[in-house]
Design a binder for this molecule. Structure first.
Ligand code: HEC
Length: 193
């Protein structure tokens, strides 16, 4: 695939999740990440034995990237300061949106939240504007109070270049969320006004 210079494109009127079919977006993602990291990413990809078309599950939790998440609704954007320097967007499925709308806590089973992240870069067309650069991680939280009873009912998954991050990273998720936002059902993000 010939990678397109997607990191330079500015979404026109709506949020960046609109319009493209999910599969195509993921491919564009991979393209952008590969473009940014060059040989490193390519050698990791070719060294793996997994089937690239089949979603891989996170360690501990068995969470995968949900199929059509780019069509989900925006809960809130966020930025993360240096050293990560990221733009983020948290999207939610219908259950998540319903719970946010009514202020339901805890979130019902079936709630899924996805956090997208990109390096933030200055717009090439307009100095003071900051836009998404290469994609960094896709993070997922899935509510299933029985399956994930030991971790507040949430299963976690962090994906880099479409593949789950390692076990050690997944051992950190719940502790941080539990330490800071236990009283909000372990979810940091508030819905943007
Ligand atoms: C050191 C603290 C910390 C750790 C560790 C951590 N998170 Fe988070 N997480 C946050 C903060 C802070 C936010 C909200 C700010 C933001 O969107 O970046 C967040 C937000 C999220 C969200 C959006 C829903 C929400 O709670 O706002 C998801 C999904 C998520 N994290 C998944 C993960 C996964 C998966 C892991 C482990 C691989 C993980 N997190 C580890 C601090 C942490």
């Amino acid at each position: 695939m010939k990678p397109s210079p997607r990191e330079n494109s500015v979404p026109s009127t709506s949020t960046p999740r609109a319009r493209r079919p999910a599969a195509q977006s993921v491919l564009l993602y991979l393209g952008a990440v590969a473009l940014a990291a060059g040989g490193a990413v390519i050698s990791i990809a070719s060294g793996s034995t997994g089937d690239a078309t089949k979603p891989e599950a996170s360690p501990i939790y068995g969470v995968t990237i949900p199929k059509a998440y780019r069509q989900w609704q925006l809960i809130a954007p966020a930025t993360e300061a240096a050293p990560l320097d990221e733009l983020r967007a948290v999207l939610g499925n219908d259950k998540a949106v319903g719970a946010y709308g009514k202020g339901t806590l805890p979130f019902p089973d079936g709630t899924v939240l996805v956090k997208l992240a990109w390096k933030q870069v200055p717009s090439p067309e307009f100095e003071s504007a900051t836009i998404p650069g290469p994609a960094t991680t896709v993070q997922v939280m899935v509510k299933d109070s029985k399956r994930y009873a030991d971790t507040g009912g949430w299963g976690f998954g962090r994906f880099i270049d479409g593949r789950p991050a390692d076990l050690a990273q997944h051992q950190t998720c719940f502790a941080c969320h539990a330490a800071r936002v236990k009283d909000r059902d372990y979810v940091f993000t508030r819905r943007a006004p």
